[in-house]
Design a binder for this molecule. Structure first.
Ligand SMILES: CC1=C(/C=C/C(C)=C/C=C/C(C)=C/C=C/C=C(C)/C=C/C=C(C)/C=C/C2=C(C)CCCC2(C)C)C(C)(C)CCC1
Length: 307
């Protein structure tokens, strides 16, 4: 079992056992906790993307290429949200499925290029996100109807469609886990651990209120785990590396992104634009997710080759 899994499992079990109390928290409090978790762990896990793929002898031209690619993709995606909100939302779901699945299974000893491994990434992430959505359908679909740009979503993402998507993606996930973990890598222990994690996450989504369930998955399961993988990578690569140096690397772009996100939330609530803080947060995360997931996909291949 990965060292970090133990911590994630303990935190999840504690939250499941206090779920009736979590239900009593006011919506504003739940939103504040979720935003705090995104700021504290979610944003920092992407804030060293510029370090992960850095070459030994980085030139000014390399740096310029990286930042143009990163900021260029953010700009293109912001434009896409303005002109094609539904396509942007679909793209965000697909990228998130893949990205979440990849952070869960990239260390399985099968080449990153394998199509069946990529399918597992997509189905695992699809089951996790659709499960969260399905268990709290009434509350979550409300966020879509509140924002006029997404009001039509409820005619496509109906409870029935979501249920089928959730059941099919979960069945594909379990089948692929059997094929890859028991069949290909002959690792029954890993299969047992992954099955337990998969069921535990769905139990958490079923019990814990939706925003906190999202915070639990995104901040604790995904971001904390990736931060640990990034730390191990840099520790192996650099001679004198420790926790304070890691924090120093994370700090500048985390601060810029957190200040940017806060200004955006403030400006939108001050000028009363027709978009909820929930959707604004989702759009903000999505535009960072596009370049971040591409960097991570390249990095996982590199990380795997070196492991
Ligand atoms: C490096 C760099 C930087 C930074 C970066 C960063 C900081 C990043 C981050 C990143 C991140 C931070 C990412 C994130 C991600 C996230 C995600 C991926 C999420 C997902 C989610 C979802 C998918 C959701 C879903 C839903 C909806 C939508 C509704 C209903 C409900 C639910 C929940 C289901 C800058 C720009 C400054 C500059 C350049 C360089």
């Amino acid at each position: 079992m990965l060292k970090t899994n133990f911590l994630h499992i303990v935190i999840t079990l504690i939250l499941i056992s206090i779920y009736p109390w979590l239900e009593t928290l006011a919506f504003e409090t739940q939103l504040q906790i979720t935003l705090a978790m995104i700021f504290l762990l979610g944003i920092p896990h992407g804030a060293i993307d510029h370090v992960l793929l850095r070459k030994k002898h980085q030139t000014k031209k390399d740096q310029f290429k990286f930042y143009s690619f990163y900021l260029g993709l953010i700009g293109v995606y912001v434009g896409l949200w303005v002109f094609m909100p539904y396509l942007s939302l679909t793209l965000f779901f697909l990228i998130s499925f893949y990205h979440f699945g990849q952070s869960q299974f990239s260390d399985v000893n099968i080449p990153e290029k394998s199509t069946i491994k990529k399918l597992l990434y997509l189905s695992w992430g699809g089951s996790i996100i659709s499960g969260l959505f399905f268990h709290h359908y009434d509350r979550l679909i409300g966020f879509f109807s509140e924002t006029s740009h997404f009001a039509a979503t409820s005619s496509v993402i109906t409870l029935n469609n979501l249920k089928y998507f959730f059941l099919i993606s979960s069945a594909i996930t379990i089948t692929l886990m059997v094929l890859l973990l028991i069949g290909k890598t002959k690792n029954k222990n890993r299969f047992g651990t992954e099955l337990m994690i998969f069921l535990l996450l769905h139990l958490a989504f079923f019990t814990i209120p939706p925003l906190l369930a999202f915070a639990l998955y995104f901040a604790i399961w995904h971001s904390l785990k990736v931060l640990y993988q990034e730390y191990v990578f840099l520790d192996q690569k650099r001679k004198k590396f420790d926790f304070s140096k890691f924090i120093k690397e994370l700090l500048p772009f985390s601060a810029i992104s957190i200040i940017g996100a806060s200004l955006l939330l403030f400006a939108f609530s001050y000028f009363e634009f027709n978009i909820s803080p929930f959707f604004l947060t989702i759009i903000f995360l999505s535009v960072l997710t596009l370049p971040h997931s591409i960097v991570m996909d390249n990095w996982y291949q590199k990380f795997q080759n070196k492991a």
